[in-house]
Design a protein around this ligand. Sequence first.
Ligand SMILES: NC(=O)c1ccc[n+]([C@@H]2O[C@H](COP(=O)([O-])OP(=O)(O)OC[C@H]3O[C@@H](n4cnc5c(N)ncnc54)[C@H](O)[C@@H]3O)[C@@H](O)[C@H]2O)c1
Length: 315
Amino acid sequence: MEKINVAVIGTGFWGKNHARAYKELESTNLVAICDVNAERSQAIASQFGVKAYTDSAQMLKDKEVEAVSVCTWSTVLAQEALKSLEAGKHVLVEKPMAVDSKQAEKLLKTAQENGLHLTVGFLSRFIPGLQHIRDAVASKKIGELVCATAKRVTQWPERIGDVGVIKDTAIHDIDVMQYLTGEDPTAVFAKTGNMRHKQFEDYAHIMLTYKNGKSAFIESNWLTPYKTRTLTVTGSDAILRLDYMTQELFIEDAKQTLQPRYPVIEPLKLELQHFADCITEKKKPLLTGIDGLKALKIVEAIMESSAKNKVIKME
Ligand SMILES: NC(=O)c1ccc[n+]([C@@H]2O[C@H](COP(=O)([O-])OP(=O)(O)OC[C@H]3O[C@@H](n4cnc5c(N)ncnc54)[C@H](O)[C@@H]3O)[C@@H](O)[C@H]2O)c1
């Protein structure tokens, strides 16, 4: 089997998982990691038996590296992804991909000009239950799609990041709504605010409307004493409920409740396997940089809607 040589930039909480998953997958060969924290870089590199760097520019000179996962702090993701693309590497950049749509557009252009894969870490798309829901919506097995409601709430995070709850958390559900509907929203209305965070919003209530009366509602916050991550999709004939944490899916209609079961595979491994397969087989990924860009444009409309207290038209 052809193996892709990969590296990880940023090996904190999440990048460490990318490194471990690449190490465990048969289709990838982890060759290097980079973290600006020298102690962390050394520790993670020796854990996985790979080269350690503290400067990504040095690591990117390594011709052996073909593809890179960028898992740095959210505000430097785009800068590191751009350097990687300019060095000729395929890139999986973690969400939110960039701080704004302008930065994301630059990444898309650079990837396109260099004929490189650019994908974004929207992990939820790799959960089999969500793929089931997507197929059920597309094939109208639940009748007409009426509404999708996502709830992703938790207590105050231990690691307070460099972006608010929308770019950190709600962005997953913004992308899920794009994936489910296969459409861009026609309008956005949102209420966001900060109860505890000094700089960024820590709660967001977002309504997205689509053609033909469909709508989506997203509730995200860092203010709930327990963690909930759910999606409920209402069709004219049936309702689908997914718990992202247990990966349980329920299909309910007037007569019965069904619970299809899928083998539980770590979604991160499915995501990284797909990234490697798309490079080797030169195939179009399930999601690309365009999906990251679209999600950021919706984020910008959400911020504007909340600031102006009005509906923002997206057409
Ligand atoms: N897709 C998902 O489900 C998911 C889950 C968790 C985190 N994330 C994303 O992953 C990213 C990292 O999150 P985290 O929780 O691991 O943060 P973290 O703070 O634990 O780790 C970030 C690491 O990046 C390093 N770093 C920062 N700038 C760097 C640079 N220029 N070069 C090299 N290293 C650099 C830091 O030293 C740190 O070790 C965030 O963008 C976050 O949104 C995605």
